[in-house]
Design a binder for this molecule. Structure first.
Ligand SMILES: NC(=O)c1ccc[n+]([C@@H]2O[C@H](COP(=O)([O-])OP(=O)(O)OC[C@H]3O[C@@H](n4cnc5c(N)ncnc54)[C@H](O)[C@@H]3O)[C@@H](O)[C@H]2O)c1
Ligand SMILES: O=C(O)C[C@H](O)C(=O)O
Ligand SMILES: [Mg+2]
Length: 615
C-alpha cells in the first residue's frame, strides 16, 4: 500500500497524475476560475483551502477534512462550529471602539474567510451594514491609504489606455457577471477622493451578496484612476493613486469607451456595469451614451430614484394624498436630484397625470439657486426640462413657503441645510410633510431625524440616506427609515443577472419601487418608517428581483430562455448560499448488484465453462 500525498497529485478523470509545482498552481487557478460554488477537491493543494477566502473555513474544517486535504497541523487542534466562530467574530468586532477598526476587522475577515464574513453580516444586517457600507465606508475611503492591504478590486488607470483589456485579463476569475465602477470623483458627499474611492465599489458589491445573494465570484469592483483634483490627496504621502490632476475631455472619454468594450469582450454582452459616484457631468452624460448599448445603469441616478419613489408611494398610505397631490422641492439638482424628479414624473404618469402637469409640481434648487429659466447662471443640461419660467431666487428658506412644498428632498451634499426655520415652514405648509435628507455620509445629511421631528411637532414623515438612531418625541419612540439606494440596487441587479438581461432601463426601477413600497407594513408606518425593516432585506431583494425579472421578460430584454415558470423560485435557486460546504467526498448510495456473486477466480471460470458447455 502506498499513500498519495495530496499536495502534488491530481485526479484527472480517475487517473492519478503527478503535477509539477507550476502545473499545480495553474490547475488550482483554473479550478477557482471556473467555479463559483463548485469545487474540485482533487485539483487543489491543501494549503489552497486555507489561503483562498472562498474555501477557507478556519477551525471549522473537520478532522476528516483536515486529513483528506492535507491540512492537518496547519490548523490548531480544536474544531469550532460556525456558530462558535460567529460568536468569536461578534465579540471581536464589539471590542473595537473606533469604527474604522471595525471596518478593518470585517475587511480582513472578508479577505480570509468569505463565507464566515457573509454569515456574520446575516446575523445582524442592521448592525453590520453601517460598517461595511454607508456611513463608515465613507470614512474608510477618506483613509484608504491605511485601509488598502490586498487586492480587492481592480485599478485601471489613464496610463493603461490602449491596454485596458489586458489589465482586465489579470483579474483571476472569468465568470464575472457584475461590475461596479467608479472614477472616484463624487464619493458620497465627500467629493473627489480619486483612487481612495475604491471602498465604494467594494462596499456596493459586498451588498450584492449580503443583501441579494449574488455569488461573490460574480462581482468585480473597479476604480478608474484618472487622477484627482483634491490637492490634499496629491500631497498625502499615503495616497495610493496616480499623482496627477484629473484627465478630462477626449482622453477621459476614450478610456471609458475602451473600458466598456473590454468588459463586454471579456465577460460577455450581458455583463452588468453599475456606474457609481461619478461627478454630475460625467454621470448623466455617460448614462445617456451607454444605456441603450450596454447592460448598464447609474445607481445614483436610477437606484436612488427608485428607493425615493418607493418611499413616496408608501407615504401615500399615511398622507392619503396621491403622488401627484404633492409639491416637491429639491435642494440639489444633480445626478440624484434629477433622477428622482424624473421617476416621480413617471410615477405621476401612472396615476394619470400628464408629463407637463407633473413637472409643474417639481421645483429644484442647485448651488446657484432656483432652476429658473431667467437666472443668469446656466441650467445644467440634464435639468433644463425641469426649470421653471419664474423669477430667479437664491432664498431656499423663503421658497419653501412660497410654493407650499409638501415634500422636501435633500440631495445637496451639504449637511444641516434643512434648518429649523425650513422644517417649521414645512409643518405650516401641510399636516404630514415629507422630509428626505438623503446626502451621505451622516454629517452631510440635510437634517437629522431628531431635528425633523422636533421642528415639525412630530408630524413629519422622514427618511435619510445614512442611518440615524431612533427618535424620541413627546415620550414616543420613532424608527426612521433609510432612504438609501441599497434597498433596491442589489435586488434589481439580481433580477438582471438571473434573467441575463441585456439592458437595465428606467421601467425596471419603477417596478422595483412598487415592489419595495408594497412590502412596507402598517406596523412600519406606525413606527414612522416608510421602508421595511432591514432584517428581512434579503427576502425583499428576492421579491424585487422576481418583479424586475417579470418586467424584463415583458420588455423583451432577457437572454435566458425558456422563461422560468416561477421567477421567485428561480431567483431563490439562483442565489449564493454562504453556509460552509463539506470538502470530503460525499458518495451517492447505489442499489446493490443483485446478480451472481463468485468468491474465487476458479469458481468463476468453472461457472463460465459450465454455461458454455450447455450451449
Ligand atoms: N440616499 C441615497 O441613496 C443617495 C443616493 C445618491 C446620492 N446621495 C447623496 O446625495 C448627494 C448628492 O448626490 P448627487 O449624485 O446628486 O451629486 P451631484 O454632485 O450630482 O449633485 C449635487 C447637487 O447639489 C447642488 N449643491 C451643492 N451645494 C449646494 C448648496 N449649498 N445648496 C444647494 N445645492 C447645492 C449642486 O449644484 C448639485 O446640483 C450626495 O451627498 C450623495 O451622497 C444619496
Ligand atoms: O452609497 C450610498 O450610501 C448611497 C449613494 O449611492 C451615495 O452615493 O450616497
Ligand atoms: Mg453612490
Amino acid at each position: 500500500m502506498f499513500s498519495v500525498p495530496p499536495n502534488f497529485y491530481a485526479n484527472c478523470g480517475g487517473v492519478i497524475v503527478k503535477l509539477s509545482k507550476l502545473n499545480c498552481a495553474r490547475t488550482f487557478f483554473l479550478t477557482v476560475r471556473n467555479n463559483v460554488d463548485d469545487y474540485c477537491p482533487n485539483l487543489m493543494r491543501g494549503i489552497d483551502y486555507l489561503k483562498n477566502p472562498q474555501f477557507n473555513k478556519g477551525l471549522a474544517f473537520t478532522m476528516q477534512e483536515r486529513q483528506a486535504l492535507g491540512i492537518q497541523g496547519l490548523l490548531a487542534a480544536n474544531y469550532k462550529t460556525l456558530e462558535e466562530q460567529l460568536a468569536i467574530c461578534q465579540f471581536s468586532v464589539d471590542r473595537y471602539k473606533d469604527p474604522l477598526n471595525k471596518y478593518l476587522y470585517l475587511t480582513e475577515l472578508q479577505d480570509n474567510n468569505e463565507r464566515l464574513f457573509y454569515e456574520l453580516l446575516a446575523t445582524d444586517v442592521q448592525k453590520f451594514l453601517p460598517i461595511v457600507y454607508t456611513p463608515i465606508v465613507g470614512l474608510a475611503c477618506q483613509r484608504f491609504g491605511l485601509v488598502y492591504r490586498r487586492p480587492r478590486g481592480l485599478f485601471i488607470t489613464i496610463q493603461d489606455k490602449g491596454r485596458v483589456a489586458s489589465v482586465l485579463r489579470n483579474w483571476p476569475t472569468t465568470n464575472v457577471r457584475a461590475i461596479v465602477v467608479t472614477d472616484g470623483e463624487r464619493i458620497l458627499g465627500l467629493g473627489d477622493l480619486g483612487a481612495y474611492g475604491m471602498g465604494i465599489p467594494v462596499g456596493k458589491l459586498t451588498l450584492y451578496t449580503a443583501l441579494a445573494g449574488v455569488p461573490p465570484a460574480y462581482c468585480l469592483p473597479i476604480t478608474l484612476d484618472v487622477g484627482t483634483n483634491t490637492q490634499n490627496l496629491l500631497e498625502d504621502p499615503m495616497y495610493i493613486g496616480l499623482r496627477r490632476k484629473r484627465v478630462r475631455g477626449e482622453e477621459y472619454d476614450s478610456l471609458i469607451e475602451e473600458f466598456m468594450q473590454a468588459c463586454v469582450k471579456r465577460y460577455g454582452q450581458d455583463v452588468l456595469i453599475q456606474f457609481e459616484d461619478f461627478a454630475l457631468a460625467n454621470a448623466t452624460r455617460l448614462l445617456a451614451k451607454y444605456q441603450k448599448h450596454y447592460c448598464t445603469f447609474n445607481d445614483d441616478i436610477q437606484g436612488t430614484a427608485s428607493v425615493i419613489v418607493a418611499g413616496i408611494i408608501a407615504a401615500t398610505r399615511i398622507t392619503k394624498r396621491k403622488i401627484s397631490d404633492n409639491v416637491y422641492l429639491f435642494l440639489g439638482a444633480g445626478s440624484a436630484g434629477v433622477g428622482i424628479a424624473n421617476l416621480i414624473v413617471d410615477a405621476m404618469a401612472e396615476e394619470g397625470t400628464q408629463t407637463a402637469e407633473a413637472r409643474k409640481k417639481i421645483y429644484l434648487f442647485d448651488v446657484d439657486g432656483f432652476l429658473s429659466t431667467k437666472r443668469k447662471e446656466a441650467i445644467p443640461v440634464h435639468a433644463t426640462h425641469l426649470a421653471k419660467d419664474m423669477e430667479p431666487t437664491k432664498n431656499f428658506e423663503k421658497f419653501v413657503g412660497q410654493v407650499k412644498a409638501t415634500c422636501l428632498v435633500g440631495v445637496s451634499t451639504v449637511g444641516g441645510t434643512f434648518t429649523p426655520t425650513i422644517l417649521k415652514q414645512m409643518a405650516k405648509n401641510i399636516d404630514r410633510p415629507m422630509i428626505f435628507a438623503l446626502s451621505n455620509p451622516t454629517i452631510k445629511s440635510e437634517c437629522t431625524a431628531q431635528a425633523a421631528y422636533d421642528n415639525t411637532e412630530g408630524r413629519c414623515i422622514y427618511a435619510s440616506g445614512s442611518p440615524f438612531p431612533p427618535v424620541n418625541y413627546n415620550g414616543k419612540k420613532y424608527l426612521t427609515g433609510q432612504g438609501n439606494n441599497s434597498y433596491v440596487y442589489p435586488g434589481i441587479a439580481l433580477g438582471v443577472l438571473a434573467s441575463r438581461a441585456h439592458h437595465a432601463p428606467d421601467p425596471l426601477f419603477l417596478t422595483a419601487a412598487k415592489v419595495l413600497a408594497s412590502n412596507v407594513t402598517d406596523d412600519d408606518l406606525k413606527l414612522g418608517r416608510i421602508y421595511p425593516s432591514l432584517g428581512d432585506i434579503k427576502c425583499l431583494s428576492i421579491k424585487i428581483a422576481a418583479g424586475v425579472m417579470e418586467n424584463i421578460y415583458k420588455l423583451n430584454l432577457a437572454s435566458l430562455y425558456p422563461k422560468p415558470k416561477d421567477s421567485y423560485q428561480f431567483v431563490l435557486d439562483y442565489i449564493y448560499d454562504s453556509s460552509y460546504k463539506c470538502y470530503t467526498p460525499q458518495f451517492h448510495e447505489y442499489p446493490a448488484d443483485t446478480g451472481i456473486k463468485v468468491k474465487t477466480i476458479k469458481e468463476m471460470i468453472d461457472m463460465y465453462k459450465a454455461k458454455n458447455k450447455k450451449k
